[in-house]
Design a protein around this ligand. Structure first.
Ligand code: HEC
Ligand code: HEC
Ligand code: HEC
Ligand code: HEC
Ligand code: HEC
Length: 450
């Protein structure tokens, strides 16, 4: 019951937020298909992105429904504000679901919404404001279109634009639920690299120019921002059949981190040192939906015959990551201090060991070398990513109905030689060379002395 009182306040806080914009109808916004006529390439990049399905995303819809049920509707406009901004601005939510939603509102975070934003009231919880003057705001100060007015907007070129939504906090307790903007702001990239540089250019981990035309009927430009908005989601992009976005998400994950491995034998134990470095993400690794995302190290060791002698970080029979694995994640807590994935219940952050931008983490593992094992031992390490745990998906869709693939972001290999114990065997060439040289020197010295 304790959770209910703050939830009443959510409704009040958010009602105030959505009324700022005044009377808005969804027909004030053009469908993306209209923009497609002259911005075909940008449309194709956006279509199939997580933004394009922010409201129809089956994972979102399930969780929104659960939140609404458990709070008696108090989270309806709160959740929908970032997932269907047009739907909320136009007052089509509540109810949640598609009942009252116009076609344009179902298009999630779309062209005309983003390019009608003219300012924000700050960072987080959907702090956007829109202007209905028909003027499209963007990065050019010399842009002319036969269809719409154009205006330069410095705001659109900055991370603060993305930070309106990529920063989610509980509207009453203020506990951070998603903090991608702050993670970026407090990290080393905020001086040099905006979200747009990594997420709206082919560079992935840095700005890279993409020369071409922003519109088939416009001039050649030195750089046109791409609109794939790819993160780490290779699950839903796959479910909706967006192969390009799915492949790009996998590639992006593989550019984010490196893994180095050292293996050695100490008495009867193998010692393994693994170094993970966040080389490419401008925020923590992982970021975003932190109550669900999983990032962990898997280690496997096999003997010369291929027999497994050590394995940590594999999946158990329920599809859960083995509890001994080193996992990088944030765990949110409810009023009783128990871990929860239901963000509306969140009253504290229990732990957060995610990897900061450019940070390196060193992890040590060791295991006993079994007697009479045939060497050398091969050790393989992997850095794995999964969009959600099986438990999270089971809770939303029922047991085993949806399975998130495990994506290997980085890998490394090493060997543990079992060979000779110290002191055994033939002296090396270097030792012989030094011995012979010493003898020659001694002989020459003796001759001189004579
Ligand atoms: C009839 C063709 C046409 C249609 C339809 C059209 N645009 Fe444009 N738009 C253009 C042209 C041409 C430019 C100029 C491109 C340039 O300057 O490189 C442009 C420029 C832009 C810019 C850049 C503005 C700036 O100053 O940086 C944005 C943003 C934009 N359009 C958004 C949209 C959106 C959103 C829609 C759909 C609601 C849309 N456009 C529909 C032709 C069109
Ligand atoms: C999440 C918000 C968002 C959505 C959705 C979005 N855009 Fe953009 N768009 C931007 C931002 C931000 C920039 C400028 C990036 C910068 O300058 O750093 C931009 C740039 C542009 C430009 C200028 C040329 C370029 O690409 O640099 C055009 C034209 C444009 N967008 C059209 C569209 C169209 C058409 C759609 C829908 C198919 C669309 N946008 C969807 C945020 C968005
Ligand atoms: C109106 C709110 C809003 C704005 C503004 C916005 N986003 Fe998003 N973004 C979302 C939501 C909501 C999702 C998740 C949709 C889903 O998963 O169903 C998302 C998803 C994404 C993803 C995909 C994440 C993944 O897991 O694959 C990326 C990348 C992204 N946004 C980047 C950006 C960038 C860069 C900007 C600024 C140019 C931006 N967004 C602006 C709300 C927004
Ligand atoms: C230096 C490049 C870089 C910058 C700057 C950057 N990102 Fe990312 N982003 C990445 C990479 C690489 C990944 C894939 C690894 C991961 O999931 O964290 C990613 C992943 C994401 C995801 C998906 C996370 C998940 O696992 O669900 C979101 C959402 C996102 N970024 C949003 C943003 C926003 C918003 C900003 C600005 C505040 C931003 N990014 C700045 C490189 C960058
Ligand atoms: C301030 C804006 C904002 C609010 C409010 C918000 N979200 Fe989101 N949501 C996002 C962003 C941004 C992402 C993308 C992060 C990522 O990909 O990791 C996202 C992603 C998600 C996802 C992941 C979808 C997927 O396919 O992986 C779910 C589920 C979700 N939100 C549910 C909710 C629910 C339920 C609520 C209300 C209790 C809510 N959101 C409120 C911005 C918001």
């Amino acid at each position: 019951m304790r959770g209910i009182i703050p939830l009443v306040a959510i409704a009040c806080t958010l009602l105030a937020g959505s009324m700022v914009a005044g009377a808005i109808e969804s027909s004030d916004f053009d469908d993306p298909a209209v923009c497609k006529g002259c911005h075909g390439e940008i449309y194709n990049q956006w279509n199939g992105s997580m933004h394009s399905i922010a409201y129809t995303d089956p994972v979102y819809l399930k969780e929104e429904e659960m939140a609404s049920r458990e709070t008696e509707g108090l989270t309806d406009t709160y959740c929908a504000r970032c997932h269907t901004p047009v739907g909320v601005l136009a007052g089509e939510v509540p109810p949640i679901g598609h009942e009252n939603l116009s076609e344009v509102s179902k298009k999630g975070i779309q062209c005309d919404f983003c390019h009608s934003v003219n300012k924000s009231t700050g960072i987080g919880n959907g702090a956007f404001m829109v202007s209905l003057d028909g003027i499209k705001r963007g990065p050019y100060d010399d842009s002319k279109s036969p269809y719409h007015g154009s205006m330069f907007s410095d705001f659109h070129t900055k991370s603060e634009f993305c930070g309106m939504c990529h920063e989610v906090y509980h509207p009453v307790t203020g506990i951070p639920i998603e903090e991608t903007y702050t993670e970026w702001k407090e990290g080393p990239y905020s001086k040099t690299t905006q979200c747009q540089d990594c997420h709206m250019t082919p560079g992935v981990t840095h700005f890279e120019a993409n020369p071409g035309k922003a519109s088939g009927i416009g001039p050649e430009r030195d750089h046109v921002y791409t609109h794939h908005f790819v993160g780490g989601n290779a699950v839903v992009t796959g479910v909706i059949g967006s192969e390009v976005h799915q492949r790009m998400a996998e590639e992006r994950l593989k550019s984010a981190a490196t893994l180095e491995l050292e293996a050695e034998k100490k008495d009867n134990e193998a010692g393994i040192t693994v170094k993970v470095t966040n080389i490419g993400a401008g925020h923590k690794l992982p970021t975003g939906l932190t109550e669900a995302r999983e990032l962990w190290i898997e280690i496997m060791a096999t003997d010369a015959t291929g027999k497994e002698i050590y394995h940590v970080g594999g999946l158990d029979s329920d599809g859960e990551v083995d509890t001994d694995a080193v996992m990088y994640r944030a765990v949110l807590g409810d009023a009783e201090g128990k871990p929860t994935v239901k963000v509306w219940e969140v009253e504290s952050t229990l732990s957060d060991n995610r990897i900061l931008p450019k940070e390196a983490r060193v992890e040590k593992f060791n295991f006993a070398i079994p007697d009479k094992v045939k060497g050398p031992i091969t050790v393989e390490a992997k850095l794995n990513y999964r969009s959600a745990s099986q438990k999270f998906l089971d809770e939303l869709f029922g047991e085993g109905a949806v399975v998130a693939p495990v994506i290997e972001m980085a890998g490394a290999e090493g060997t543990v030689e079992l060979g000779k114990a110290p002191g055994e065997g033939v002296p090396g060439f270097e030792v012989l060379f030094v011995l012979i040289s010493l003898l020659v020197v001694a002989y020459l010295v003796r001759r001189r002395e004579k």
